[in-house]
Design a binder for this molecule. Structure first.
Ligand SMILES: *Cc1c(COP(=O)(O)O)cnc(C)c1O
Length: 858
């Protein structure tokens, strides 16, 4: 029988406990252990059942419990103290990042399709979402004026369980936002604030939920409202569920609906940051708004929008980028193109690497690249890979000129560091280390921590992990209807003293979870050394359509279930932030084996690192820049080679994988000195790893980088370009049009360079060239010498550019340009000359796609 109507009945909190609501509705509890513990201590079992969700928890506490808590003076006092902590946190305004014109309004709107903030808010799938969550938290800690935009998924991301033979199954619980730390946005009259988007002629409405992440507000769009047709209510149903069209609808909602939501909320951020290409339609909506409000041309509005937008790409796997067939885009954007005053084909071209290729699909990262002047990958190596991958968008430019930089990801240390380790940091670093942006100074003090204390803390965390694994495994087996004998196994798996290796991540094939299994005999031998046991804990989900990934899980699970491995190899179902936390805090080694260069960055290893866990990984993503060749901070699988033959690569790397385990990792861990006490060399590595890597691979550093390199410059651009009714934006756009028409008439001749018999390192070489500007003003161009060392094929191996000066004109009206180059190394050296457009307000001279080379670059 279905009830006729359903009510949410909210408990009556006694007056003295009212502040609990404030504590419950601010996600600060996800990185403030004191607040989380306050709830947990009331009823640990219920707290776990609620996945650490304080709103659901309070709603489920019996009225009697609440009343007796209100009588408990100590409890009431603690509630008061923590409310004070929250107030102090929220009122602090000091920041290390000098934003101009701060008026309390958010300056930056951050867009992401997923956010991983807490296990109790399941609107994330993996690394991308966790990164977005950590970004918001650091923005909050550092007082960066930022707001987040995302989607409230009724069913979130799928939950994983396994059949008895290890095949992944998916389930989709329905979440009740009323029972979560979310509040519905309402206007002064108490009405829901709604926005709409027009999807194929249908007006689709969305309400907005707010998640308060410390000082930062995150707004989540939700189309599950009675005003909508049943199909449209489903748009925000699942994260990465549904077909291609659902994805277009979600991304339309996120980008275009997101900009409208900001407006409906009365927020006026001047800068947007697109976390991955999913939200790139936001740029189109901003352009349309500027055209409407300031009567700008499309070009002027686009200049303005691009100059104040940041785009972060995360996907080095071409297939991982959203590409939509043109006819699908047509269904959604034919009318929208009219609003922008564009022929539909011109709009399509904005999402194409080659604008003239009519068969090319519409690619979201390409749209984002074209609508942003600050583009970056998420590690140094990923920057290189991205420049190569998107070279076609700037096809006249050598790959090193592709304007995509790199800001390496980081993790939010207060979220990921265990409570025990945090207590050590409190004691040795002082209590402000959580919000102190000077992480270099903070973590340099790691060496002060006593060896014994650090090791004991770490051992306690391993023991806690073992307890947790046993409990989870028992629940897993119970749910599967296992027999009592099997349940008993669960009580005995893992040894709290043994070297414990963790491996948990999405089971995408490039992550090669099965590399470890390639030589089972050898693996079993390694694990079963009685004096030096080794054990493994695995977790991770495969995408519901990824059968290859599911097969790898199955292979792994079957090994875990086998008689030889039952006690020292465990697979935990339903990897999420809770499992991730316990694993990265409790294992000794964090293993990662992606196929280089397909891991953009990887962040779970950083979470492990800040807990003193040592990384062992292929040199991909962040580890390619973090690892030190002397192995002081952890170990590398291979030396960062890239192979043509994947099978051969797997073979070579699996051999290395076992070798280092056998010869270095296991002996170091079990080297306990004379009295079988402390593994001093291991502890030294733990400290080196924390002190050298924590200052770099944390999200405070990352958000500061974004603020310094991107947000503040983008804000200044915005202010400059919008002043005097957008005069500069209009100027820039008309200058740009002018350059586009005149550019082809530029010419270069008579390039002359000094020609000594012999050139020594450091000897300057003078270069002159004559340029015919043909009506273009000299200040509109930059003439450059493009010079550098050549590789064995005669191509530039590295290059510098030198700006040439003009003083003279020739008799027939050509401008004479002069410059000087200095070869700094011996070897073969070459140069050429090129011309780029130049304008003081133009952030990126490559964005026009105009360049003139004196000769084709080698
Ligand atoms: C950190 C995290 C990830 C990302 O880990 P990678 O190392 O980037 O693969 C994925 N899922 C969860 C639950 C996480 O906590």
């Amino acid at each position: 029988m279905q009830p006729l109507r359903v009510y949410s009945v909210v408990p009556k909190l006694p007056a003295k406990l009212k502040p609990l609501w404030e504590l419950a509705y601010n996600l600060l509890f996800s990185w403030n252990d004191d607040i989380a513990s306050l709830f947990a201590q009331v009823d640990r079992k219920l707290w776990r059942e609620c996945s650490g969700n304080p709103v659901g928890f309070l709603n489920r506490l019996p009225q009697k419990t609440l009343e007796s808590l209100a009588e408990d003076e100590f409890f009431v006092e603690r509630v008061g103290d923590l409310r004070h902590t929250l107030e102090v946190y929220l009122s602090r305004k000091t920041t290390s990042i000098p934003f101009p014109d701060r008026d309390g309004q958010p300056v930056v709107a951050y867009f992401s399709l997923e956010y991983g903030i807490s296990a109790c808010l399941p609107i994330y799938s993996g690394g991308l979402g966790i990164l977005a969550g950590d970004h918001l938290k650091s923005a909050s800690d550092l007082c960066v004026p930022l707001v987040g935009i995302g989607i409230a998924y009724q069913q979130g991301f799928f939950r994983q369980y396994l059949t008895a033979d290890g095949w992944q199954q998916e389930r989709y619980p329905i979440y009740d936002f009323e029972q979560m730390p979310l509040s519905l946005c309402k206007d002064e009259a108490g009405e829901r604030i709604m926005v709409y988007v027009d999807l194929r002629g249908e007006r689709v409405f969305a309400q907005i939920w707010k998640a308060q992440v410390g000082r930062v507000a995150l707004y989540l769009l939700d189309t599950n409202v009675p005003e909508n047709q049943p199909a449209s209510r489903q748009i925000t149903n699942r994260l990465y569920g549904g077909d291609l069209e659902t994805r277009v609808r979600q991304e339309y909602l996120l980008g275009i609906g997101g900009i409208r939501a900001l407006e409906a909320l009365g927020l006026k951020p001047k800068v947007i940051h697109m976390n991955e290409g999913h939200s790139a339609f936001a740029g189109l909506e901003r352009i349309a708004n500027f055209m409407d409000k300031h009567k700008l041309s499309f070009e002027a509005a686009m200049e303005l929008v691009a100059s104040s937008s940041i785009f972060t790409t995360h996907t080095p796997v071409p297939a991982g980028n959203d590409r939509f067939p043109p006819d699908l885009i047509q269904l959604y954007f034919e009318d929208y193109a009219k609003r922008l005053g564009l022929a539909f084909k011109v709009l399509l071209a904005l999402g194409r690497e080659d604008p003239r290729n009519d068969s090319e699909h519409f690619c979201m990262p390409v749209l984002a690249l074209k609508l942003s002047r600050f583009n970056n990958g998420v590690s140094k190596l990923h920057g290189v890979v991205s420049r190569k991958m998107w070279n076609r968008v700037w096809n006249q430019y050598p790959v090193e000129d592709v304007p995509i930089g790199a800001i390496t990801n980081g993790v939010h240390v207060p979220t990921w560091v265990s409570q025990d380790m945090a207590a050590l940091y409190d004691r040795y670093f002082g209590a402000n280390w959580r919000e102190d942006p000077d992480t270099g100074r903070v973590f340099a003090q790691t060496h002060l921590i006593s060896d014994a204390e650090l090791w004991r803390t770490h051992e306690r965390l391993r023991e806690r992990l073992v307890g947790y694994v046993r409990e989870r495994l028992r629940e897993q087996l119970l749910a599967r209807g296992a027999k009592r004998m099997e349940l008993q196994t669960a009580e005995e798996v893992l040894d709290p003293q043994a070297l414990t290796i963790g491996f948990a991540r999405r089971f995408a094939t490039y992550k090669r979870a099965n590399l470890l299994l390639s030589d089972r005999e050898r693996l079993l031998k390694i694990m079963s050394e009685p004096q030096r046991p080794v054990q493994f804990v695995f977790a991770g989900k495969a995408h519901p359509h990824d059968n290859e990934g599911k097969k790898i899980i199955q292979e792994l699970v079957q090994l875990c279930n086998s008689a030889q491995c039952r006690f020292n190899m465990v697979f935990l179902e339903d990897y999420d932030m809770e499992i991730a936390s316990l694993l990265v805090q409790g294992v000794d080694v964090w293993l990662n084996t992606p196929r280089r260069p397909l891991e953009a960055c990887g962040t779970s290893g950083m979470k492990a690192m800040c807990n003193g866990v040592l990384n062992y990984s292929t040199l991909d993503g962040w580890w390619a820049e973090a690892w030190r060749p002397d192995n002081t901070v952890g170990w590398a699988v291979g030396m960062g080679e890239e192979y043509e033959d994947g099978g051969y690569q797997d073979f070579v790397e699996s051999q290395t994988l076992y070798n280092i385990l056998e010869n270095e990792i296991i002996p170091t861990f079990y080297d306990r000195g004379h009295h079988g006490s402390l593994p001093r060399n291991w502890i030294r590595k733990m400290k080196d790893s924390i002190s050298q890597l924590a200052p770099l691979y944390n999200s405070h550093r990352m958000v500061e980088d974004y603020a310094r390199i991107a947000y503040v410059p983008a804000l200044e651009n915005y202010n400059r370009l919008t002043r005097d009714d957008c005069a500069a934006a209009k100027d820039l756009a008309s200058w740009r049009m002018d350059m586009m028409t005149k550019w082809s008439s530029l010419d270069i001749r008579n390039i002359v360079a000094d020609d000594p018999e012999q050139l020594h390192v450091g000897d300057p070489v003078r270069v002159t060239a004559e340029v015919h500007l043909n009506g273009i003003r000299p200040q509109d161009v930059e003439v450059q010498i493009y010079a550098g060392h050549l590789d064995y094929e005669g191509k530039f191996a590295q290059r510098d550019t030198v700006i040439m000066r003009t003083m003279d004109t020739t008799a027939d009206g050509w401008n004479l340009y002069v410059g000087e180059i200095n070869p700094t190394e011996a070897g073969r050296f070459g140069f050429t000359v090129r011309i780029l457009p130049h304008h003081p307000l133009l952030l990126d001279s490559h964005s026009l796609g105009l360049i003139r080379w004196a000769a084709a670059p080698a």
